[in-house]
Design a protein around this ligand. Structure first.
Ligand code: C2O
Ligand code: CU
Length: 506
C-alpha cells in the first residue's frame, strides 16, 4: 500500500477514513488539556471471507474485515488508543510487537492481561515511542496465522525524511484453507510428507526427519501443531500478479518498510536492477549499509532505501530460506516506462547479504550501569523426534523464568542446538547484539533476532521496563510448542504490571 502523507490524510477526510477501515472512533485527534495528542483507532477482530487476488476465497480472521489490518500511523510522542472489539468465536488480545509499552498494555493473555472474550472489548493505551516500523498482532493461540496482524508506523516527530515515495510491505505466509490455522495445519496436500518433510527435506538430509512426526498431520495426537503447508506468499494481502506494484518516477528516493508478519517463513529478498540500502532494523537506525539480499525473519522489520535510477520493470522477490523461490514478488514499475514484464532478481551463491554482525547502531545506549551483567544461557532445542521446541530443555509454561532487577544489565546467551533457525523475540525491551569487533555504543539494536542452526550469539539489554515479559521464538508453531519463557522483574522492582489470570492456553 502506498502510504499517504498525514496532510493528505486529513484533507481526504471521512471518506478516506472509512476506506482505510478506520471508522467508528477514530482516528480522531483528541487533544488532552496539556498532555500529548491521543490518536484513537477501533480494531474489530472478526472472521471475513477474503481472497488474495488469485486462488480460492476462504475465511480468514481479520481486523475490520481485512488482512493485514489497517495501518496505524502516528507521530512519535503521541498516545495510541486502540479499542479492540472481539467478534471472534474465541478469546483474543493484541500485542504491539517491538514497542516498549507499559506491561499491562503488552497483550499477552494470561501473563499481562485476561484474554478478551468473544463479544467483549478492551482498550489499549500507550505512548508511541520511539519512532520506527512495528507491527501489531494477536497473541492468542494460532490467530496470527489466520490473518490477525497489521502494520504500525511511528513517524519521527516533526522531521521530513526526504523520501519521494514510501511503501509499507507486510509479508505473509498463507494456507488458503477455511478455518485457517489449526485446520490448515491438519491438512496435507496429496503426496506431501508433512510439514517437517517440506521444512527439512532440502539441505538437511532426509534421514533426519524419519521420526514419529512423519506423515502425521498436526504432529502427535494431543500434542502441538506443526506448520501448515503454505500455498501462497502474499504482500499486503495480495499475491502476484494481483499484488499492488511499486510505481515510481525516475530519480525518486524510495523507502520500503518491510514487515515479516508470517507465522513460520523466513524470507531472503532481493530487488532486480537495484541495490538496497538498509537504514533501520526493527525500527532502530543503523549506519546505512548497501546490500543485494536481506534476510527477514518472522517479527523482524527492515527499512530499506533505493534510488530509482534504472528504468524498466523489475521484481522485488523472495526466496524462502532453504527452499528456493517462494512466489512472493512485487513488481517495481517506472511511470515513464512501457515495459511491463518484470525482470526477476537472480539469487546466486556469493551474493552480498546484510548480516547482523556488519550492522552498526546509530543510537547511543544512554546511561548504563558499569558493573557486570546478569547472564542467562538459553539453549534452543527440539524438532528432531519430538513435537516440542524447548529452551534449556523445558517446554513453556514449565520453562525457567528469567528473574531480573530493574536497572540491571542482562545478557542472554543463545545457543541453537536444533536444526532450524529461530527468530527470538523479547517483549518490552530492545536488546543489543554483543559484538566484540565494535565499540559497545555501536552494537546493533533489535527486538527480534534470528539464531541460525548451531549458532551461538549473545544479546545484552538494560532492564528498564518492569513487568512480566514474554520471550519466545517468533515461529508461531514453535512458540505454541513450548519455545518460550518469561522475563520477570523481582517484586518491588515491579511497578506497572496488571493482575493477570494464569495462562490458559499453553
Ligand atoms: Cu510478535 Cu510475542 O510477539
Ligand atoms: Cu523457532
Amino acid at each position: 500500500m502506498e502510504t499517504i502523507t498525514r496532510r493528505r490524510f486529513i484533507r481526504q477526510g471521512a471518506a478516506a477514513l472509512a476506506a482505510a477501515g478506520l471508522t467508528g472512533l477514530g482516528p480522531g485527534l483528541v487533544r488532552a488539556a496539556a498532555g500529548p495528542a491521543v490518536r484513537e483507532f477501533r480494531l474489530r477482530a472478526e472472521p471475513a471471507r477474503i481472497n488474495l487476488g488469485a486462488g480460492p476465497e476462504f475465511t480468514a480472521w481479520t481486523y475490520n474485515g481485512r488482512t493485514p489490518g489497517p495501518e496505524i500511523r502516528v507521530k512519535e510522542g503521541e498516545t495510541i488508543r486502540v479499542v479492540l472489539e472481539n467478534g471472534l468465536p474465541e478469546p483474543t488480545t493484541i500485542h504491539w510487537h517491538g514497542l516498549p509499552v507499559p506491561n499491562a498494555m503488552d497483550g499477552v493473555p494470561g501473563l499481562t492481561q485476561a484474554p478478551v472474550g468473544p463479544g467483549e472489548s478492551f482498550v489499549y493505551e500507550f505512548p508511541a515511542r520511539p519512532a520506527g516500523t512495528y507491527l501489531y498482532h494477536s497473541h492468542a493461540r494460532y490467530q496470527l496465522d489466520r490473518g490477525l496482524y497489521g502494520p504500525l508506523i511511528v513517524e519521527p516527530r516533526g522531521s521530513v525524511r526526504g523520501h519521494d515515495r514510501e511503501f509499507t510491505l507486510v509479508l505473509e505466509d498463507w494456507a488458503r484453507v477455511d478455518g485457517g490455522g489449526p485446520e490448515a495445519a491438519r491438512r496435507r496436500p496429496p503426496g506431501a510428507h508433512g510439514p517437517m518433510g517440506r521444512r527439512m527435506g532440502r539441505g538437511m538430509g532426509r534421514g533426519m526427519m524419519a521420526g514419529p512426526m512423519m506423515g502425521r498431520p498436526g504432529g502427535f495426537a494431543g500434542g502441538p501443531l506443526t506448520e501448515p503447508w503454505y500455498d501462497a506468499y502474499a504482500v499486503n494481502g495480495r499475491v502476484f500478479p494481483e499484488v499492488e506494484p511499486l510505481v515510481v518516477n525516475r530519480g525518486d528516493l524510495v523507502l520500503l518498510r518491510l514487515i515479516n508478519a508470517s507465522s513460520s517463513t523466513i524470507f531472503d529478498l532481493a530487488l532486480a536492477g537495484h541495490d538496497l540500502t538498509v537504514t533501520h532494523l526493527d525500527g532502530r537506525p543503523v549506519r546505512p549499509i548497501t546490500t543485494e539480499v536481506v534476510r527477514i525473519g518472522m517479527g523482524e522489520r527492515y527499512d530499506l532505501e533505493f534510488v530509482a535510477d534504472n528504468p524498466g520493470a523489475w521484481l522485488l522477490a523472495a526466496n524462502e530460506l532453504g527452499f528456493g523461490e517462494s512466489g512472493l514478488k512485487v513488481p517495481l514499475l517506472y511511470r515513464s516506462n512501457r515495459e511491463r514484464t518484470p525482470v526477476r532478481p537472480v539469487f546466486r551463491p556469493g551474493m552480498v547479504l546484510a548480516g547482523y554482525r556488519e550492522m552498526e547502531s546509530l543510537e547511543p545506549w544512554g546511561p548504563l550501569p558499569e558493573e557486570g551483567w546478569r547472564g542467562f544461557r538459553q539453549v534452543l532445542g527440539g524438532g528432531m523426534h519430538s513435537p516440542y521446541w524447548t529452551i534449556n530443555g523445558r517446554v513453556h509454561p514449565d520453562s525457567e523464568g528469567l528473574l531480573v532487577e530493574a536497572g540491571e544489565r542482562i545478557r542472554l546467551g543463545y545457543l541453537n542446538r536444533s536444526p532450524m533457525p529461530h527468530p527470538m523475540h523479547l517483549h518490552g525491551h530492545f536488546f543489543r547484539l554483543v559484538n566484540p569487533d565494535l565499540d559497545r555504543e555501536r552494537w546493533l539494536v533489535k527486538d527480534t533476532i534470528i539464531v541460525e542452526p548451531m549458532e551461538r550469539l549473545e544479546v545484552e539489554l538494560l532492564a528498564d521496563n518492569p513487568g512480566r515479559w514474554f520471550h519466545h521464538c517468533h515461529n508461531l508453531y514453535h512458540m505454541e510448542a513450548g519455545m518460550a519463557n518469561v522475563m520477570a522483574y523481582r517484586e518491588g522492582s515491579l511497578r506497572s504490571s496488571a493482575p493477570g489470570r494464569p495462562r490458559e492456553e499453553a
